[in-house]
Design a binder for this molecule. Structure first.
Ligand SMILES: Nc1ncnc2c1ncn2[C@@H]1O[C@H](COP(=O)(O)OP(=O)(O)OP(=O)(O)O)[C@@H](O)[C@H]1O
Length: 383
């Protein structure tokens, strides 16, 4: 295993008669030795292109890719010592499942009893012991995918690249295998890069997640930091289910205090005023000015419904909707024409149009500059 470094890496697809498509744009990323990371983003954001450049299936248009100290830009895939499980990555049809998994181990001259032990162990982990003597063409998509994953996980390598490796499995099996695979990767200290568009999966598997949009790496951070300290409006709106509320607001810096004011829709009244307290609690207060256009971010899970006592920011609103989701309620609160989504664990016994008290704890709040879209203040970081 080894560290993986991407240094200003870009992928430009050039097709005759078409404008260049810059699918990956100057991505900088340093994955530590033994770290598990995920590339996360919507379809077309450049995750697979990034992974394929590391694997050697796509050329690197600009920048440098290193595994440990080795620059691998111009090495053939087989020379990179990288193990891969790709969506639709072909198994060898004439070999049994056991021999498909064992293939690279036998080629590396590992003694047969050791190969058998490893194949058995990984097959148990991925629940494919019953198909070890079957041939790939007779398997379902989900079985083939697990064989491909097993083959990648057993082989010794410096780096493991896993592109949507569980996409064809049922949700329950997926959740079970996710936990086991993570334990296996940690136990063997395997530097691993997953590609996924499923944030639950990315959070469950990864030490850090690289959030991509439109070819740009938006933030590379731990799941907790992505939630508590999103670097910009894109990450704030993308991470979290349901996503963060984002309300247009203006800053008020008066008497050494920082407030954010959300104007009511269609008139000059104030729909919501939240206080971040003394300005000197804010780490980068110099970046703020009175009247600055911002987006106020509020995490739906962190708002308390019906409690306004002992609260830094008590708020009154009107219930706009109340949906029981089977395990939690999604409640919409109207604040001067803006709807604030709140998530609570229990059922909420309130009719539409009722007056509701809320508490917005400071740690639920974030501020983003509306022009640059970058984060300015995270409630969790106030001094
Ligand atoms: N071989 C190719 N030739 C030309 N354009 C490509 C090629 N592969 C990908 N692209 C384009 O590059 C961009 C990024 O695609 P990529 O597959 O890397 O994204 P992705 O985030 O992995 O998406 P998905 O989750 O749908 O696989 C898209 O605009 C895509 O159309």
């Amino acid at each position: 295993m080894a560290a993986l470094t991407l240094d200003k890496v870009s992928k430009i697809y050039r097709e005759k008669g078409k404008a260049d498509n810059r699918a990956v744009k100057a991505v900088d990323m340093a994955v530590h030795d033994g770290e598990i990371i995920s590339l996360l983003g919507s379809s077309g954001c450049g995750k697979t292109s990034t992974l394929r450049m590391v694997a050697g299936f796509e050329s690197v248009s600009e920048g440098q890719v290193r595994i440990g100290e080795r620059v691998i830009n111009d090495l053939k895939p087989a020379e990179r010592n990288v193990a891969m499980a790709f969506e639709g990555y072909a198994l060898y049809p004439p070999l049994t499942v056991a021999n498909n998994i064992a293939f690279s181990l036998l080629r590396s001259k590992m003694p047969r009893p050791e190969v058998r032990k490893r194949v058995q162990h990984i097959a148990e982990l991925l629940e494919i012991t019953d198909i070890l003597e079957a041939y790939p063409p007779t398997l379902s998509g989900g079985q083939q995918q697990r064989v491909s994953l097993a083959r990648a996980l057993v082989r010794p390598a410096d780096l493991w690249l896993l592109d949507e490796p569980m996409s064809q499995l049922e949700p329950q099996l997926r959740a079970v295998l996710r936990g086991r695979i993570k334990e296996y990767l940690i136990e063997h200290r395997m530097t691993s890069v997953f590609v996924t568009h499923d944030q639950t999966e990315a959070v469950a598997l990864s030490d850090r997640i690289a959030v991509m949009s439109n070819g740009v790496l938006q933030q590379f951070a731990s799941p907790e930091d992505l939630k508590e300290r999103p670097a910009n409006l894109f990450v704030a709106g993308f991470i979290g289910e349901p996503a963060m509320n984002l309300l247009p607001a203006r800053l008020a810096l008066q008497d050494g205090r920082l407030d954010a004011l959300v104007h009511a829709q269609g008139d000059a009244g104030i729909a919501l005023r939240v206080s971040f307290g003394a300005l000197d609690r804010v780490v980068n207060a110099a970046a703020l000015h009175d009247g600055q256009k911002v987006h106020l971010g509020v995490r739906p899970h962190k708002v308390s419904l019906g409690r306004t006592a002992d609260c830094a920011n008590p708020v009154q609103g009107t219930l706009a909707f109340n949906q029981w989701q089977g395990d939690q309620s999604h409640v919409g609160i109207d604040l001067g024409g803006h709807t604030l989504l709140v998530v609570t664990d229990g059922a909420v016994d309130l009719a539409d149009g009722s007056g509701v008290g809320l508490c917005l704890p400071t740690e639920a709040l974030h501020l983003f500059d509306s022009d640059s879209e970058k984060a300015l203040v995270h409630g969790a970081d106030l001094r």
